[in-house]
Design a protein around this ligand. Sequence first.
Ligand code: NAD
Length: 358
Amino acid sequence: MEVPIALLPGDGVGPEVVNAAVQVLNTIAAKYNHVFTYKEALFGIAAINATGSPFPEETRDVCGEAVAVLMGAVGGPAGSTPPGSPRPEQGLLALRKEFGCFANLRPVKTWDALLDQIPVKPEIVRGTDILFVRELTGGIYFGVRHEVEGEIDLSGREEAYDTMEYAPYEVARIAEVAFKAALQRDKRVTSVDKANVLASSRLWRRVVDIVAKDYPDVTLDHQLVDSFAMRIITQPTAWDVVVTGNMFGDILSDEASVLAGSLGMLPSASLNESGYGIYEPVHGSAPDIAGQGIANPIATILSAAMLLRHTLGLDEEAVAIEKAVTAALDNKARTADIAQGGPYISTAEMTAAIIDAL
Ligand code: NAD
């Protein structure tokens, strides 16, 4: 059976890293007898330049006909889009919203081969393996807002505000994702909130407690976001699955990304209720190194592994890719971002090293 995958390479290093991930998917297809078909569409600045929109109708159609999207990144250096034109990031939000992708999964892992790359002591960080499950389509980023327009009067009373709102169904469905993921891992869920201050967090906590009753094999604990921000660095190996709201997840997962050694190592998935997913590296378009063939393709290759696991249920194939990445790192394959100033290989050579290990 053919598996249609939409490719949105986007801007900057996006096309370079997506091309690498497709090569790895093709190796998997040949080895395990799958047929992946790809349709590429315009996204980001490339789409704005060609059509005026960062997420044109045609791209929407290509994504709608696929089972999943493999994305590069969008955006460019400041000033790369004409004043008044839409921002490429608007396309990203529109894409997630179009397909209801409410569950953002961001695994953060420390590779032994990269321990000397990480600014936390090896004895503290060794063995870190956390799955962040972030709510992506609700909370304060989507709440009611009021802006203060024009000149600001410093003695004035007009308020700017954003409201943090969560409905029980929004919390319940993201909690379900977290508990199900924990069953496949170390069977522990940590829910992070600010329940000592925020009403929306108290609702969050109560709903998570209710959902937990359906998962008696999973241990649940609650953490307050402020102290958790410290613990994620001082005790990074203490966590398995971390579930949290949109803004807390945004901040904490970026903080935790230092535990992986480089942005170039971090994959992500954004899923909807039927398993449709947008898979992309956590990093942006890296305009400073775009076109040089030196970007680290691992984040996108690991995102492709997540596609196999979460949308297609091909766990064995996903594990094969993850093991191949570990093997390449153990064999000292290093792109510039993880070479600590030492000798490094190109995007193509890193991709070849991973394919060799496969
Ligand atoms: P960035 O992630 O693009 O780059 C930050 C630093 O990390 C740069 O020095 C870059 O060279 C390095 N880096 C990133 N990915 C790398 C890789 N695969 N291999 C080696 N090094 C890598 O963040 P930025 O510079 O703040 O943003 C650049 C553009 O990307 C902006 O327009 C921003 O809006 C956009 N952006 C897009 C996304 C997305 O598409 N999801 C996410 C973040 C930023």
